[in-house]
Design a protein. Structure first.
Length: 310
């Protein structure tokens, strides 16, 4: 790196800090996705306060400059923006309500950015909770822990158009693209659509690898062929390699993927639509989860793929 490049990067960091450093962002939830989100906000120059139910996970961010709060209300105090990145709708509601809930401490001009994948019904309920207290933006993200760490998530945002300019600097720190949708809640709807597609891809790859094995073929040969073919998908073939190598280090934990598939089923059922593929794969995934793979990567779906279990 040249001296001029170092000076340019230093200047850019200083400018970002001057632009964002006076803005405090509270991040509730510092797990697989929340932690890299907090790190990227810190790198972008935001003043970040974090809270997590297991405090030790939040304290890991203190060395990077984050404040660690003991309660959601403590994190929300004086925050201009609050991000929730928690397991499900019940966890988000618990963190936002009650005596120590974040809604008790948010100022009237604060914006609550709900990034957890909670489904259609819960998103509607959480938006109603925010009414009269904070502006609400529905903004789940597409991408696992690796793109989250690189700041390359796809943000699926919906809410009052007047809020877009205010929240965009945060989204720019977290993702490579923000897709704004028209109606509040559309972000969560689109997230279910994308994650249902992901679920079908993963289960299809699990069955393909298993079929390859029982037919006495080399799974690596099949994966290589798919990689070079229009039939292949980079995501699916990457998961296929993880299945063959038994590399289940969590990028997207299986129990989270199963939860999202169940949310897609519920949303479809509410509108009279059947999703037979999703319904079938969930039975398999429940087997894998019950056998100890809940926190493994979604590639662990291969462990319940029938008699050819690898």
């Amino acid at each position: 790196m040249t001296i001029s490049t170092e000076r340019t990067e230093r200047t850019e960091r200083t400018e970002r800090t001057e632009q964002t450093g006076r803005t405090r962002v509270a991040v509730l939830g510092t797990g697989v996705m929340g932690a890299p989100i907090a790190r990227n906000l810190l790198r972008a120059g935001f003043d970040v306060t974090v809270w997590n139910r297991t405090r030790q996970r939040a304290e890991a961010l203190a060395g990077l400059g984050a404040r660690v709060a003991g309660t959601p209300a403590g994190a929300a105090a004086e925050a201009g923006f609050l991000i929730t990145m928690l397991t499900d709708g019940a966890a988000v509601e618990s963190a936002m309500t009650g005596a120590d809930g974040a809604l008790t401490a948010l100022g009237p001009d604060a914006v609550w950015i709900q990034m957890s994948t909670v489904g259609v019904h819960a998103t509607r309920q959480l938006a109603e909770l925010a009414e009269g207290t904070a502006a609400f933006v529905d903004a789940p993200v597409s991408g696992s822990s690796e793109p989250a760490e690189r700041g390359e998530l796809l943000v699926l945002a919906s809410g009052d158009p007047a809020l877009r300019a205010r929240v965009q600097p945060l989204f720019d720190a977290l993702g490579h693209r923000t897709l704004w949708l028209d109606r509040l809640g559309d972000g969560s709807c689109f997230k279910l659509v994308l994650n249902n597609w992901l679920a079908v891809l993963v289960e299809g790859m699990a069955e393909t690898v298993s079929l390859t094995s029982v037919l006495g073929l080399d799974p690596g040969l099949v994966l290589g062929t798919l990689t070079e073919s229009p039939l292949g998908s980079p995501y699916a073939t990457a998961k296929g390699r993880a299945m063959v190598e038994h590399d289940f280090a969590p990028g997207f934990p299986l129990h989270h993927a199963g939860k999202d598939a169940a949310l897609a089923l519920a949303a479809a059922d509410h509108r009279g639509l059947e999703l037979p593929l999703t319904e079938a794969l969930l039975k398999r995934w429940d087997e894998a989860i019950a056998s100890g793979h809940a926190t493994d990567d979604v590639a662990a779906a291969i462990t319940a793929a029938g008699p050819a279990r690898l």
